[in-house]
Design a protein around this ligand. Structure first.
Ligand code: NAD
Length: 353
């Protein structure tokens, strides 16, 4: 399997270095023959190539089997005409990575404010309120006068259908329950269509039970009793916000794995950002990126029906739980190690598993 590795900005290089050590250990332990192709995106690429991402990089990623994208300083990238393209948006749009799969679970040994839970947010990833990617060209935010802005939200039958199907297929491998999260009381047409389509797809999966929640109330439900949820399917922006909440409820934003999956391509990417407040201090939690790498291996193994990749994916998830329990993790989750040492300990744990 060939994986393009882009470290990213801020805490990205340190977290990615730890992740690379884990991938190399997984490759050796499970005979995966991973080939890691290191390249650059974000600020470093902007300086060297005049753009945060380049067409040549896209071609390289298209011909690879997977991509690991480090956190990007997206807020800094304001003007596409100056090469300041949001790499995250770029790959999601260009590779049609329509399903953003964000698991969140509590870990024994990591203090949390809530009861133990294990859920997955399945977030639509290509349209909704994301004005930089929901139209073919340009952005769907318009400056009408200097005091008036209109931002458009796009919801399509096709995108609703494919994200709903992803959620129900995932639920079949878990506890067989899907919760639909929406704002159809206000966005009656767009989210009305989203709910209708989710219920239509649900009929293809009679073993899966379904309920639905209005997104604002969902915040209370998920804080009050996250253990009642299994798979949560929702539109782009709601999923982005909800999944940061569920990651933090699990103990830290640094524990939130995230896979962006399409039919032909997939990208592992931490759920968090470039965290400039802690960059370069060797304290960033690399688990989010490591868990995302594990998800990427699982996606590849499932698609190709290759058991060693599925085994490696499971081993990474299991090793994460064992590592945090043993304190072989960063301080934000009660551990005692720096970022680099956490990656090294994780790799050793995988090799001896
Ligand atoms: P952030 O996610 O970078 O940080 C939020 C808070 O969580 C900070 O206190 C940070 O220190 C902490 N945190 C984040 N990741 C952590 C980790 N691995 N270990 C320990 N603590 C961690 O959000 P922000 O500060 O609002 O954004 C910083 C930059 O990241 C902005 O440019 C933003 O646009 C970008 N961003 C990128 C992505 C992405 O690439 N997918 C996602 C979100 C934000």
């Amino acid at each position: 399997m060939k994986i393009v590795v882009l470290p990213g900005d801020g805490i990205g290089p340190q977290a990615m270095q730890a992740t690379v050590e884990v991938l190399q250990a997984a490759s050796s332990r499970f005979g995966l023959n991973l080939q890691l192709d290191h390249d650059i995106a974000g600020h470093e690429s902007l300086q060297r190539h005049g753009a945060t991402v380049t067409p040549a990089l896209l071609e390289k990623v298209k011909s690879a089997d997977g991509l690991m994208l480090g956190p990007m300083a997206t807020y800094d990238f304001k003007d596409e005409a100056k090469g300041e393209i949001n790499p995250s948006k770029f790959f999601r749009k260009e590779l049609d990575l329509f399903a953003n799969i964000r698991p969140a679970r509590t870990y024994p040994g990591v203090p949390t404010r809530v009861d133990a839970f294990d859920l997955v947010v399945v977030r639509e990833n290509t349209e909704g309120f994301y004005a930089d990617r929901n139209i073919e060209s340009g952005t769907s935010e318009m400056l009408i006068t200097s005091d008036v802005v209109i931002s458009l939200r796009r919801i399509t039958r096709q995108c609703c259908e494919r994200i709903a199907r992803s959620a129900f297929e995932l639920a079949m491998t878990r506890k067989r329950h899907v919760s639909i999260v929406h704002k159809a009381n206000v966005l009656k047409i767009g989210d009305g269509m989203f709910i209708d389509i989710c219920h239509q797809i649900a009929r293809e999966f009679p073993e899966v039970s379904v309920d639905d929640f209005i997104v604002d109330a969902m915040m209370a439900h998920v804080v009050r009793a996250p253990q009642r949820f299994d798979v949560i399917v929702t539109t782009n922006m709601f999923g982005d916000i909800l999944s940061d909440l569920t990651a933090e409820l699990s103990g830290s934003l640094g524990l939130g794995g995230s896979l962006n999956a399409g039919l032909d391509h997939a990208m592992g990417q931490a759920a968090h950002g470039s965290a400039p407040d802690i960059a370069g201090q060797n304290i960033a939690n690399p688990f989010s990126l490591i868990l995302s790498a594990g998800q990427l291996l699982g996606w590849y193994g499932q698609r190709r029906n290759m058991q060693p990749f599925l085994d490696a994916s499971k081993a990474i998830a299991d090793a994460a739980a064992a590592a945090v329990f043993a304190g072989e993790a960063t301080r934000d989750v009660g551990g005692r190690l720096g970022t680099a040492q956490t990656g090294q300990a994780f790799a050793r744990r995988l090799l001896s598993a």
